[in-house]
Design a protein. Structure first.
Length: 145
């Protein structure tokens, strides 16, 4: 598989959230999308682990030559592979389904590095959104549907 040219975000990097302006370059496109996982609320930001819930987010698509610059900035924001620091998040490849096309594509996503801490200390975010017969987890949480 070739390296993805998209990043799936589910928290503060989404449009309308506090880190929206942190992206170093404008994307080719931003699509509503979802991936499987388990979402936890850490207060000011969420954390994702592998799981079976449908996690809503956004797929930010870039040109392949721009990915190294984009990932370097996001790695710093997410405390991934920074010299002398333990990772807070690990950058991994996940499969993401776009709502507009139904197409499933590989994308980078940031998963929380300390699963044990989340499972012991953080609140699991429940599914509150229903779309076409499926329940989705969102952050920030929406009122129950």
């Amino acid at each position: 598989m070739n390296s993805p040219s998209a990043i799936f975000v589910y928290g503060t990097l989404k449009r309308g959230q506090c880190r929206e302006k942190c992206w170093p370059l404008p994307p080719v496109g931003v699509h509503s999308a979802w991936t499987f996982g388990q979402l936890f609320d850490l207060g000011p930001y969420p954390a994702l682990l592998p799981g079976q819930d449908r996690i809503m987010g956004q797929l930010w698509v870039y040109r392949e030559p721009e990915m190294a610059q984009v990932l370097a900035v996001l790695d710093e924001i997410e405390c991934t592979d920074q010299p002398g620091q333990a990772n807070e998040y690990d950058r991994v490849i996940v499969w993401v389904t776009q709502f507009d096309t139904g197409q499933t594509v590989p994308a980078y996503a940031y998963l929380y590095a300390d699963a044990y801490f989340l499972q012991k200390s953080a609140r699991n975010v429940p599914a509150t959104s229903a779309i076409e017969g499926h329940r989705y987890v969102t952050w920030p949480e929406l009122a129950s549907a």
